[in-house]
Design a protein around this ligand. Structure first.
Ligand code: CA
Length: 234
């Protein structure tokens, strides 16, 4: 089987060594670079399947790499960064990064994010199993895209139209964070207000209907100051 190639762009040796070891032992081909300029060269010459990108690079801002790559490619980019401010996360995602992971992070978290990002590119953001079955399932939650209904333990949870649209959108990107802006734009159009209040009200109602304990959700997670993430599907 052809291995997926992952480019690690990280100037801290101890971190790039750690990531590189984890990825190699898990069957990935790895390319490592410490500067933004050489990362960009490798991206264009080697066309990796995924890029793990540190934002604080010695020669440039990682955000500029995302911006440049998104001019011509949808290859998955996961931002790996320390002390990420919410503003940086949102900016990276809005520029087209697929996800972010904050240092320090564990091996399983890193691998899960990579698998999700690779899968989303392959399926062009439309989850392949949803396209096939018309259904998304995670735990006891089921989204039936053909009937446009959401079930919890086989019972219709009676979402309103806008609640359904939010859950449906998150389900299609399960495992991946969607920013408040991205959800607002998708649901209420590009002219949508950037006021998240309407989204928060909808989410509170959704959680009341689908979560055992809305304060500690197990299906739709809040990424504070950034957006929402649906639990990975089965
Ligand atoms: Ca750095």
């Amino acid at each position: 089987m052809l291995k997926d190639t992952i480019l690690i762009c990280e100037d801290e040796r101890s971190i790039s060594n750690f990531i590189s070891t984890v990825l190699t032992t898990n069957g990935y081909e790895v390319l490592v670079t410490e500067t933004g300029a050489s990362a960009y060269t490798l991206i264009t010459s080697r066309c990796p399947d995924l890029v793990l990108l540190d934002l604080g690079l010695p020669d440039m801002d990682g955000l500029d790499i995302i911006r440049a790559v998104r001019e011509w490619s949808q290859m998955p980019i996961i931002v790996v960064s320390a002390r990420m401010r919410e503003k940086d996360k949102v900016e990276a995602l809005d520029l087209g990064a697929d996800d972010y992971i904050a240092k320090p992070f564990g091996t399983s978290e890193l691998l899960a994010r990579i698998r999700t990002a690779l899968r989303h590119t392959r399926t062009r953001a439309e989850n392949a199993s949803i396209a096939q079955s018309g259904v998304f399932q995670t735990g006891e939650l089921r989204i039936d895209y053909d009937k446009r209904l959401v079930f919890l333990r086989d019972e219709d949870v009676h979402l309103t139209q806008s609640e359904y649209k939010i859950v449906a959108m998150l389900g299609k990107s399960a495992g991946k964070v969607l920013t408040y802006d991205a959800i607002l734009r998708e649901l209420w159009g590009p002219g949508a207000t950037r006021n998240n209040q309407i989204l928060r009200v909808n989410m509170a109602n959704i959680r009341r209907k689908i979560e055992e304990n809305p304060a500690e959700p197990s299906y739709i997670f809040t990424e504070i100051g950034v957006g929402y993430r649906m639990a990975d599907g089965e």
